[in-house]
Write a protein that binds this ligand. Structure first.
Ligand code: AMP
Ligand code: MG
Length: 408
């Protein structure tokens, strides 16, 4: 789709090219707060309240007026203020009010003196330290001002946002409906788990990986199973996915040899680009449009499928779902053992990041063959090696990207 496919396409160009074409396609609905977990906010949340809603005490102690303390004589306790039970009586000069954490401070309070800085003799309280004005008072609105934007549209609601919204009295929220994603695996050699393998067969692993990542993203998944390398069956599966889902993700059938086959079909149904990405693992990748749905064709190699999903498809699906997407954190680490690498592609090697005596250390999980799945399971990060870089010696510094929420 308008890209030069003769050479190898840099990852950043592929990503930018896709994101430019995509926009949120999910309507919004109003849900009760507990049901909105994992959903994406459709609009900004402005705080209906100031937080805290009133000036209150940060300590157990005594509410005082500075003018009463000036003489240095003990103050008489006029009464008590508890959280949920404000002090309501008169507050005569020369008196203080016993106050507990979270209780509203009585009108006129200049400071709260913590209990440890006082001595009580019956209801006569001696103050051992001179408080600063405002000391130990949490001011109304100091956390969140009334009307302030607390969470922007596009925020995915996690357990961290739930108590925040509840603290504002938000009972329902406008969220996007989940993105609906159809998936299938292609290949005559593939069998579903739970069935015996004939000679030459392998288990379909990609579908379980892709499903799991879609679940982490909060997408609704329509799993169309395994489709053999048969034009009629593939065609029917493409058409069904296009009718029922926002997005179709397939694995396999996009590498040289098979691409022509899939390409023919997709050219007929929609507008598809087949790219050779300058990344390893994950060279072949297809992106395009069916009549209604967007299409992502991942490589068949299991590690390639996972890595291209994580790096390329995840930000694209986030945009379609209306979700803000932040690039994952990248750190610098020292390589503990040499790494094999040849110049030409951006490598996402699988690594184990740990804290060494002199800072972060990383080592490879072993074979980086894109068919070796165990290397991904043992890893906790990518070792991101620049396109033009060659072999890396022990002691060199490399960029690492700890796995994000999709792979954890
Ligand atoms: P393909 O991209 O279809 O040429 O497949 C590349 C390699 O990945 C081949 O060795 C396939 O057998 C393997 N492969 C393709 N799809 C899957 C899958 N769903 N699960 C496991 N391996 C697969
Ligand atoms: Mg295949």
């Amino acid at each position: 789709m308008g890209f030069d496919t003769s050479g190898l396409l840099p990852l950043s160009d592929a990503l930018q090219g896709m994101l430019e074409q995509l926009a949120c396609c999910c309507d919004s609905e109003q849900l009760p707060l507990p049901e909105a977990l994992g959903r994406v906010l459709a609009s900004d949340i402005a705080s209906p309240l100031a937080v805290p809603p009133f000036d209150n005490s940060a300590m157990d102690g005594y509410a005082v007026r500075l003018s009463d303390l000036a003489s240095g004589t003990p103050l008489i306790m006029a009464g008590k203020a508890f959280a949920g039970q404000p002090y309501q009586g008169e507050w005569p000069a020369g008196h203080c009010v016993r106050i507990m954490t979270g209780a509203p401070v009585p009108a006129g309070t200049d400071a709260v003196v913590m209990q440890e800085e006082t001595q009580a003799d019956g209801d006569r309280i001696t103050f051992l330290a001179q408080p600063e004005p405002g000391q130990n008072i949490r001011r109304a609105g100091s956390d969140i001002g009334k009307g302030a934007c607390v969470l922007p549209a596009g925020t995915r609601l996690t357990p961290r946002e739930m108590p925040l919204l509840a603290s504002l009295g938000v009972a329902t929220v406008a969220v996007r409906r989940p993105l609906k994603v159809a998936i299938f695996s292609t290949g005559d050699e593939l069998k579903p788990v739970g069935t015996p393998l004939a000679h030459g067969d392998i288990y379909d692993s990609n579908r379980y990986g892709v499903r799991a990542m879609l679940a982490r993203m909060g997408c609704d998944c329509l799993d169309l199973g395994i489709i053999p390398d048969d034009p009629a069956q593939l065609r029917a599966a493409f058409i069904r996915a296009d009718e029922e889902a926002d997005v179709l993700i397939t694995t396999g059938g996009v590498s040289v040899g098979e691409a022509d086959f899939t390409k023919q079909l997709l050219d007929e149904l929609g507008e598809i680009g087949f790219w050779k990405l300058a990344i390893k693992p994950g060279k072949p990748f297809a992106f395009g449009r069916l009549p209604r749905a967007w299409f992502f064709g991942l490589p068949g190699n299991p590690v390639s499928a996972m890595v291209t999903f994580d790096q390329l498809v995840q930000p694209a699906l986030a945009k379609l779902a209306g979700q803000r997407f932040e690039r994952p954190l990248q750190l610098q680490a020292i390589v503990a053992e040499p790494l094999k690498k040849s110049p030409g592609r951006l490598d996402f090697q699988r690594g184990i990041l740990s804290q060494g005596p002199n800072g972060l250390e990383v080592r490879s999980t072993g074979s980086q063959d894109s068919a070796v799945f165990s290397s991904l399971s043992r890893a906790n990060c990518y070792i991101v090696l620049e396109r033009e870089r060659g072999r890396v010696d022990a002691g060199e510094t490399v960029t690492v990207e700890p796995f994000g929420g999709l792979l954890l």
